[in-house]
Write a protein that binds this ligand. Sequence first.
Ligand code: DC
Length: 219
Amino acid sequence: MNIAIDGPAGAGKSTVAKGVAKKLGFIYVDTGAMFRAMALYFLRNHLDVTKKEVLEQEVKNIEVTLKFEQGEQQVLLNGENVGGLIRTEEVGNTASIIAVNQAIRSRLLEIQQKIARENNVVMDGRDIGTCVLPNAQVKIYLTASSKERAKRRYEELLKKGVDCDINDIEEDIIKRDQADMNREIAPLRQAEDAVLIDSSHMTIEEVVDAIIEQYDQKK
Ligand code: DC
């Protein structure tokens, strides 16, 4: 049984997907973390991520693996657990840049499909319902207004003690959405058979329950 959740940056996909996975006893797979781990490799090595040749050459040297410890996904970059290093805006934006490349996507696609074949998963990302798991029994397109997404991200950063400007965050979110929606390969879009959920005025629990309801209808 596979549940695919796609949507733009900051829509609450990971929080909601984690909640659904916990309730159903499924594994939660965060595919964004895989792109982020790859992005970290390029940043650390000061490589030019806008050059196709660089991406295609270097992808051979990058091994991204997922481990699950007590149901929690750990992401490894060439054997190193990089979970604590990939949550920055710089890594997120770089992930979006390298995600346009076919060689990068193919490498990760294989790993994602294998995990879904072997486990019951809730998988979130941008192209899960459209490309990675086109046969997923439940497909959700989770979104929220860019204002609401920026507000959530702003509050999250404030809690962490990071000083930031809400308008800059919104601008960044819009820019990343544009890039993810308009790329040639596996762009972010709602699959034809996906259920649209706009979480702008919903709590996390309400969204989790709405997805479980979809699952109950399909199981
Ligand atoms: O969900 P996130 O912010 O962790 O994702 C970071 C970037 O990775 C996102 O802007 C685009 C890319 N990505 C992708 O292209 N396909 C996915 N399935 C997941 C993420």
